[in-house]
Design a protein around this ligand. Structure first.
Ligand code: ARG
Length: 457
């Protein structure tokens, strides 16, 4: 059963086998392992290292293993050390002698490096697809809400009026950068390690360029030691996933706040909320909380692999088997979070009236009142002080700036005229902010067009 029984006189201790095995988790990339083997044997035959008949038998055998696994006719059984041993043992059982030639010019070290790369590459595409779906939902919300006013916050204190489209646009930017980070990772990792052997290449006349091409890589890796010892791509991927999680988590935090009784900016759909076993009135934002919470797992995976890799001498060491479980978990976690989050926000109700009301009350137009004075010749620092007095006065009288009479305005500064009301209306405050990137409707519409183009690419 073992790939390496020859030089041993004793059976492996059972606990050692259990501790050492990776089949229980690396079975997750059986598909990639088999695809890699098919490319390898195709290259071996082209180079005359194995015969054409053997190649055909091996490929047929490998395809049948893949099919049987997919149809549930073949199960992963515990006696095998890892996915590589499992596939090879099954191949030999199916096709006999020819199967023993598959591993010519290959080590599990370059094989596992390949499998992990292929797996990460495939998953990057999947995650990218999920982010695109989220971006489409965000763009839809943006298109419908260029005129929906809401307060923008700093320090979680009302700051200046913005629009819902503008707020969603901030997340559109974050998730777009996430896509480009994933793409960078994919481009950088897209070199094929196969043919590096255990660490020093092989003596066979392999055509590494050809194998790389068969598997959709840019080319072969250029140093066989690095090829089997490199897990940078796992670290980069986990770092990109950690950043996605951080973005989702911030968004969830806002939604949780917006969904509170105190804010009521949004209402999470019943289908995405849960109740309390004791308090009948409760409707809790558990999904947003869980997505926020799962960020910890993803950060943990990144920290774990960084720490594992930091003391490993060249080239392959078994420590590196630890790259898999947490990476798989982080990938599945982020995919789950993206899908659930997208479902949650696409069914969520935005309470536009509440958001607009909140923007009106809270002196979000105070900066614009100061700008009004500046436009009438008052130095900004003085204007800031005057509006500070206005705010103090309004707090005392429990009213908004807009509700002050002109006499009240003029009692604090004679510079104010009738046009102050227009200058500090929420519509004006937003509309006047029309440089690219600002919430003004014209600027926002231009940005939305750019985003549409990005999603079409
Ligand atoms: N299961 C191993 C891993 O995940 C495969 C490579 C084993 N190579 C070796 N020389 N023991 O890293």
């Amino acid at each position: 059963m073992k790939l390496w029984g020859g030089r041993f006189t004793k059976e492996t201790n059972q606990l050692v086998h259990n501790f050492n095995e990776s089949l229980s988790f690396d079975q997750k990339f059986y598909h990639q392992d088999i695809d890699g083997s098919i490319a390898h044997v195709t290259m071996l035959a082209k180079q005359g290292i194995v015969s054409n008949e053997d190649k055909i038998a091996i490929i047929e055998g490998l395809e049948s293993i893949k099919e049987d696994l997919e149809e549930g006719r073949l199960e992963f059984t515990k006696e095998h050390e890892d996915i590589h041993s499992f596939v090879e043992a099954n191949l030999i059982a199916r096709i006999g002698e020819a199967g023993k030639r598959l591993h010519t010019g290959r080590s599990r070290n370059d094989q596992v490096a390949l499998d992990m790369k292929l797996y990460c590459r495939d998953e990057i595409d999947e995650i990218d697809g999920l982010i695109q779906k989220l971006l489409k939902v965000l763009l839809g919300i943006m298109e419908e809400n260029v005129d929906t006013y809401m307060p923008g916050f700093t320090h979680l204190q009302k700051a200046q009026p913005i629009t819902l489209a503008h707020h969603m646009g901030a997340y559109f930017e974050m998730f777009s950068r996430d896509r480009s980070r994933l793409q960078d990772t994919k481009n950088r990792m897209n070199y094929c390690p196969l043919g590096s052997g255990a660490l020093a290449g092989t003596t066979y006349p392999l055509d590494r360029e050809y194998t790389a091409q068969l598997l959709g890589f840019q080319g072969p890796t250029l140093n066989s030691m690095d090829s089997v010892a490199d897990r940078d791509y796992v670290i980069e991927l986990l770092s990109a996933l950690a950043t996605i999680s951080m973005h989702l988590s911030r968004f969830c935090e806002e939604i949780i706040i917006w969904n509170t009784n105190e804010y009521q900016f949004v209402e999470i759909d019943d289908a995405y909320s849960t109740g309390s076993s004791i308090m009948p009135q409760k409707k809790n934002p558990d999904i947003a909380e869980l997505v926020r919470g799962k960020t910890g797992r993803v950060y943990g995976a990144l920290m774990s692999i960084l720490t594992t890799m930091k003391g490993i001498p060249l080239a392959y060491n078994k420590d590196m088997q630890e790259d898999k479980e947490l990476t798989f978990d982080a990938i599945d976690t982020v995919k789950g979070c993206l899908a659930l989050f997208t479902g949650m926000i696409s069914t969520m109700t935005f309470r536009n009236d509440v958001m607009e009301n909140s923007a009106k009350n809270g002196f979000t137009n105070a900066t614009d009142a100061a700008d009004y004075l500046v436009n009438h010749g008052v130095p900004f620092r003085d204007a800031h002080g005057i509006v500070g007095q206005l705010v103090l006065y309004c707090i005392e009288k429990e009213k908004a700036l807009d509700d002050m009479t002109l006499e009240e305005f003029r009692a604090i500064s004679p510079v104010f005229e009738d046009d102050i009301y227009e200058a500090i209306s929420m519509e004006t405050c937003v509309k006047k902010r029309m440089t690219i990137g600002a919430p003004g409707q014209e600027a926002m519409k231009r940005v939305i067009e750019i985003y549409k183009g990005q999603l079409e690419d």
